[in-house]
Design a protein around this ligand. Structure first.
Ligand code: ADP
Ligand code: ZN
Length: 193
């Protein structure tokens, strides 16, 4: 396998819910596939919205993925590839340090590491592992959605419970779609209290 040390890099695709992170990850991996570079997509086991062996965007585009519970499981399963993609990185339960170290290790070994995930939780606080990766990344793309209230660019994920802003003491990780989360701009976003 041709894995050049100089091709090692970390690319981070971030943004709020519905900003097109998974779509972008799928787009990059389709290019990799066309270039005939061996690749593997991983997805945290927690994200069960679309069945475990696929990454699927909200538009329905899909690619095969390997469900994992930890960064160690990813490190054990990249020997034969040149490109590694991790979708929904914010769902990985390991410490931010372990996730950063794992991604750095892969990039240092010449792997192209493409990571997609939420930069902020529903309280508009950074997801620590994503924050660490954003600092370490060779390339960062921050995407936006459209605010469902006013049509402006949205950068925040509003979690709703019965149509109202979820309280600040709710769990940070709750898997859900349009019923639970809305994309909102800075003005329309209602702070969790
Ligand atoms: P992410 O991985 O960032 O959650 P996806 O790639 O899964 O996003 O889905 C992005 C798609 O979601 C968009 O292309 C669009 O079709 C759809 N979508 C639904 N709600 C919105 C919204 N409020 N703003 C933008 N796109 C939206
Ligand atoms: Zn708005």
């Amino acid at each position: 396998m041709t894995r050049q040390p100089s091709s090692g890099r970390i690319e981070v695709v971030c943004g709020c819910m519905y900003s097109g992170k998974t779509e972008e990850l799928i787009r990059r991996m389709r290019q990799v596939e066309i270039a005939r570079q061996p690749f593997r997509i991983f997805t945290p086991r927690l994200d069960t919205r679309y069945g475990s062996n696929l990454v699927a965007s909200h538009t329905g585009r899909k690619l095969e993925a390997v469900p994992v519970s930890s960064i160690a499981e990813i490190l054990d399963n990249v020997e034969d590839v040149q490109v590694v993609a991790i979708d929904e990185l914010h769902f990985l339960a390991d410490s931010p340090e372990a996730i950063l170290e794992g991604c750095q290790q892969m990039a240092d070994h010449g792997l192209r590491v493409v990571v997609a995930g939420l930069d902020q939780n529903y309280r508009a606080e950074p997801f620590p592992a994503m924050a660490a990766l954003l600092a370490a990344a060779d390339q960062v793309d921050k995407l936006f959605a459209i605010c469902v209230r006013c049509g402006a660019y949205a950068t925040r994920s509003q979690r709703l419970i019965d149509g109202r802003a979820a309280p600040a003491n709710a769990p940070t990780i709750v898997v859900g779609g349009l019923d639970l989360y809305e994309a909102r701009c800075r003005v329309c976003y209602e702070a969790a209290r």
